[in-house]
Design a protein around this ligand. Structure first.
Ligand code: NBP
Length: 490
């Protein structure tokens, strides 16, 4: 009997498309889903997907690479050893339950690869547990949504290097490509580092999405631009090499999408009909929690999580809107001011986005030190260049700036710093001033500027906080003129 190169459990959005991707790349893949009807349906219809890349692989050949299985025993028996099993199921208890069911069926050195959004601490717990049975557990972040899973995601595997070597040929084939055509996958490091990096990726994603929402708010409510004009503006932003990104590209497309349920002659724009309560599944919150635990300043990610929380508090907002009186000092924008605003928002967005990546890198660097992972930050940025949600033109310079070649790295750092320190910074400040004057909340824009200004300040006012702490709690303080810890009766 022919055995499959790899197995995949979980045929929801991500798993179904990743299985198709693996099959399309010429690997035989066995699939299993808890609800067996889904497996039957999937195997029957898998290759009929509309979004199948044309010409990539012969459809019938790809179809024959997808093997449906209906019990875990049948699934496990059909895999080449050491077995490689991808889990793409709901993160949390389901992963523990599935691992517990699977592991008695496996042999020494088999590899379970959890591609869900698991917490890195859970991944480390599972790795320890399975290691007792000589089984490998890789915690692998995956980004790119359903399209990425099908055509090439960014993959962030963390775990034992020997296990990575076994899955590498398949993972390199199914991953997206970076700017140089290399696969967007690398061995992140041991332990839970892969899931940690994916979590930070999602934190950055939250931050950039919030910046884009604030840009939209400014342009729509201060600039008075229509949806069609907004689409053109964001299409223009996407020509800026530092801003060129998946998120801006889809933002421009969203503005011109008409309501598919409206069959009138002049259908409404869908964006205006979508409720403003943003959902979240937890990875943004985890990023802020770990940033606080590790003592890393990541204000934009915090602001983005908070902004989703307040957006969900619709009832309070609707009630308080009637009670709270807003006093603004804003003036009506002239056509020339409106034109300027488009550029100011672009500049602010460009610099603020750079700061979001910076906060993520800061968090990765601190975790690396704390947990002794020995991470390669340049490689991490490189594998975010393709396939993933936060892919952006800026990541080309950033990967080089974080690279091993110190001379080119310095040139790139200088280029980045010149951007942050140049004239565009005035726009960044102006956008925030305009927002404050017009009572438009811009928590992420302001948080990024605070990040920059705080690090640009050698002396912050927290000397006062130290004095207050010593005043009421005898916590002591250090002095600038001599070493030691001091306390006085205030
Ligand atoms: P979901 O997160 O919606 O999970 C649904 C899948 O989990 C189904 O196959 C379901 O089987 C299975 N499942 C559940 Br629920 N409980 C199970 C259990 N106790 N044992 C076995 N299987 C169980 O699917 P998804 O949106 O495709 O995401 C999969 C993973 O990838 C998640 O961790 C997600 O966070 C992550 N992720 C998602 C995206 C995205 O864009 N959606 C992107 C990146 C990462 P059933 O059919 O029998 O109910």
């Amino acid at each position: 009997m022919n055995k499959s190169a790899i197995g995949l459990i979980g045929l929801a959005t991500m798993g179904a498309n990743l299985a198709r991707n693996i099959a399309n790349k010429g690997f035989r893949v066995s699939v299993f889903n808890r609800t067996t009807e889904k497996t039957e349906k999937f195997v029957k219809h898998a290759t009929k997907s509309q979004s199948e890349p044309k010409g990539e692989q012969n459809v019938s050949e790809a179809n024959s690479n997808l093997i449906g299985t209906y019990t875990l025993q049948e699934f496990v028996a059909g895999l080449e050893t050491p077995r490689k099993i991808i889990l793409l199921i709901k993160a949390g208890q389901a992963v523990d339950d599935m691992t517990a069911e699977l592991s008695p069926l496996l042999d020494k050195n088999d590899i379970i690869i959890d591609c869900g959004n698991s917490h890195f601490k859970d991944t480390e717990r599972r790795q320890k547990e399975l290691a007792k049975h000589d089984l490998n557990f890789i915690g692998c972040g995956i980004s790119g949504g359903e399209e990425g899973a099908l055509h090439g995601p960014s993959l962030m595997p963390g775990g034992k290097k020997e296990a990575w070597k076994k899955i590498r040929p398949i993972f390199e084939k199914i991953a997206a490509k970076d700017f140089a055509g290399k696969p967007c996958v690398t061995h992140i490091g041991d332990f839970g580092s892969g899931h940690f990096v994916k979590m930070v990726h999602n934190g950055i994603e939250y931050a950039i999405m919030q910046l884009l929402a604030e840009s939209y708010d400014m342009l729509k409510n201060l600039g008075g631009f229509s949806n069609s004009e907004l689409a053109k503006i964001f299409t223009g932003y996407n020509k800026n090499p530092n801003l060129k990104s998946f998120l801006i590209e889809i933002t421009a497309k969203i503005f011109v999408k008409k309501d598919p349920e409206d069959h009138s002659k002049n259908p409404h724009f869908l964006i205006d009909l979508i409720k403003d309560a943003a959902g979240q599944k937890g990875t943004g919150k985890w990023t802020t929690e770990i940033a606080h635990d590790l003592g890393v300043y990541a204000p934009t990610i915090n602001a983005a999580v908070d902004a989703r929380i307040v957006s969900g508090d619709t009832k309070t907002r609707e009630m308080s809107q009637r009670m709270l009186k807003i006093q603004t000092t804003a003036k009506r924008l002239t056509p020339a001011d409106k034109k300027k605003l488009v550029k100011q928002v672009e500049n602010a967005l460009e610099l603020a986005t750079m700061i979001c990546y910076e906060q993520g890198i800061g968090l990765i660097s601190k975790a690396d030190k704390e947990f002794h992972w020995n991470l390669n930050r340049s490689e991490i940025i490189r594998i975010w260049q393709g396939g993933c949600i936060i892919r952006s033109g800026y990541l080309k310079d950033l990967a080089i700036a974080l690279g091993a070649d110190q001379k080119t790295a310095m040139t790139m750092f200088t280029k980045i710093m010149q951007n942050l320190g140049g004239d565009k910074q005035k726009s960044w400040r102006k956008v925030i001033l305009l927002a404050v004057e017009s009572a438009i909340p811009v928590p992420a824009f302001y948080a990024t500027l605070n990040y920059y200004d705080s690090y640009a300040e050698a002396r912050l006012p927290q000397n006062l906080i130290q004095a207050q702490r010593d005043f009421f709690g005898a916590h002591g303080y250090e002095r600038t003129d001599k070493p030691g810890s001091f306390h006085i009766k205030w």
